[in-house]
Write a protein that binds this ligand. Structure first.
Ligand code: 5RP
Length: 228
């Protein structure tokens, strides 16, 4: 399903000459692979990409997909299209992202692109955000406890994200920590996206509500539905 969603978005949206943001995760990687395949076949050409994490950068390196810093002369801080995955998608196509810990750069890319596409399997479709999959909050290390307490005051249950196969917490691409938060009852994700970012030491959070993507939803029946 993840592969079907990734391929469908690339086939429908990516055109030669585009400046393309490439997301992170086990679904977005299929979109990257499809871009690599189409470049190798000569179907696409002159694509300039921005990779949102070490994972996507390494995949681009493997596949020979040209990637550049977002501030480079080639990209000059803007993208035509960004294709990514998500952890939850609500009926208005608002999202929770950051399960892979790349929310900061993913949000910079998403909010800097002219068109935003999300690729998911049907398990990611939910009625409300914030009570199921935890919302990641990236904080500078010094704010681990103070930001955690401020988040609790907003009604959240807070957990420091622990690393796998390394003792201690996850360290993000920018040397920060991730607090995963959950709410007991549904919250207003638009208000919460802004409110959380007002806490000193918070760098970014995983609510994506100010840009509405087109969502490619792969179904277990084998079809891919497009939801605008
Ligand atoms: C990474 C992300 C991912 O896109 C999100 O976690 C979905 O990942 P997957 O496709 O592996 O389920 O936001 O920071």
């Amino acid at each position: 399903m993840k592969e079907a969603a990734g391929r469908a978005a690339v086939d429908a949206l990516v055109k030669s000459g585009m400046k393309l943001g490439l997301g992170t995760g086990s679904t977005a990687i299929h979109a990257i692979r499809r871009v690599g395949e189409l470049l190798a076949q000569g179907v696409l050409s002159n694509i300039k990409t921005f990779a949102t994490s070490f994972q996507s950068e390494i995949e681009c390196e493997k596949l020979g997909i040209p990637f550049f810093p977002l501030n480079s002369r080639e990209l000059s801080g803007s993208l035509d299209l960004c294709i990514d995955g998500a952890d939850e998608v609500d009926p208005q196509n608002r999202l929770i992202k950051g399960g892979g810990g790349a929310l900061l750069i993913e949000k910079v890319a998403a909010y800097a692109c002219a068109a935003f596409a999300i690729t998911v399997d049907e398990s990611k479709i939910v009625d409300t955000l914030g009570t199921g999959f935890p919302v990641p909050v990236e904080v500078i290390p010094e704010a681990r406890l103070s930001a955690g307490k401020a988040l609790e005051k907003l009604g959240a249950l807070v957990t420091l994200r622990e690393a796998l196969r390394k003792a201690g917490p996850v360290i993000t691409e920018h040397g920060n920590l991730i607090l995963d938060i959950r709410f007991a009852s549904p919250v207003d994700p638009v208000a919460m996206e802004s409110e959380i970012n007002r806490i000193p030491g918070v760098v970014e959070n995983g609510f994506f509500t100010r840009i509405r993507p087109v969502v490619y939803i792969a179904r277990s029946s084998g079809t891919v539905e497009t939801r605008n």
